[in-house]
Write a protein that binds this ligand. Sequence first.
Ligand code: ZN
Ligand code: ZN
Length: 440
Amino acid sequence: MIDEWIRQVPAEHCDCGQTHRAALPEWLTGRQITARFLERLSQFDTSHIWLMADPDTYAAAGRHLEQAIRDRHMPISCFIFQGRRPEASEHTVAAARLGVPDDMSLLLAVGSGTINDIAKVIAAETNVPFFVYATAPSMDGYTSATSSLLIDGRKISLATKAADLVAADTDVLAAAPMEAIQSGVGDVVAKAVSLAEWQMASVITGEHYCPHIAGLVEHALETVLASAPRLLDREPDAVEALFAGLLVSGLAMNLAGHSRPASGMEHYISHLWDMRAAALGTSADTHGRQCGVGTLLALDLIERTCRLQPTAERADAHLDRFVLAAWHDELKTLLGPAALPLIEAETSEQKYDPDKVRNRAGRIIRNWPKITDILQSVITRREAIAAALSAVHAPLTVGELTVSEPETEKVLLATRDIRDKYITTRLLFDTGETDSIHAG
Ligand SMILES: [Zn+2]
Ligand SMILES: [Zn+2]
């Protein structure tokens, strides 16, 4: 299934005008993959395999793999984080770094999000072959070359190293906690918003857009929406479909060379909840569960956006009233010191530059029917998305997440400052329609 989808993106002469020749990690999925996994492993330097896991992922797959590797007479040592659910931070990376054997020939990460984020840092530093053995269908970052780390209380994205091979045994994935499955569904339904905003941005800012890569993620989304009702019972083919959806979303980002195909405003909502949790010293919910709720919030906002009829007068009047310094103060109140990188980014991005705002507003007004067509197509999926989340008992509202003091309206407003990516809240700013955020 995955190979067939990937082949639909032409490596050369794509009609989007680009080539998509990114070297992709290998993947090995399905049931009873251990023999094939060991076979592939044995083709690398196995003089000292170093396995990294946490107590849960070691129990889920690590122990079995360690034994299978020993049975093949390949030298292996294990590093298992103390304490359950470690966080990817400067502390856990430092702890792992101290454990790295001098003669490590291959790094084998057994786990999901956190273990991978840490392992990718070690892989980048040591530059040895790097294998990932996934234990949960919880997020789409298995093939990515970036790590999300908490450093000094701030979530940062660090360029690291992508795995050479990602393996996932369906039976291991199916035994993951239901919360991990909910997260995976949330991370995939998010793509409905990501894709619509990517296409919308191409109309407004002229950003490059590839229909084939978008189509790839579209397949992932459709497949997961269709299989969600069978995930609560952990039916193997449904779990396999969810993992395929996540893997393909990740590969789409590898092919595009950026996160556009798989992350939009709904992801920024989740990032902001993470940042607020770090600033307030509270704990955030999982990435995917937050993305699921973020998707529904984004869809509500997109629906209100479609009902607007933007005019140059309203856009101008709003721009005249807007005071950047006051807005930056609001960001500081919302996020504490974590607001500073967002504020600094404006120096280079200049997204609030009045001439640029007016320019984009003009383009939006001229292309309004086209833009609303794009956005309407995603609104029609709201029911299917909510049904998929409900099917796995994932949260649908902010109140069901563990985020405290969610400040939903301010979080929605602040999404436009997370990165220089054109999303719905930036369209609302450019057209002077930010009040739509308060309407819901
Ligand atoms: Zn995600
Ligand atoms: Zn293309």
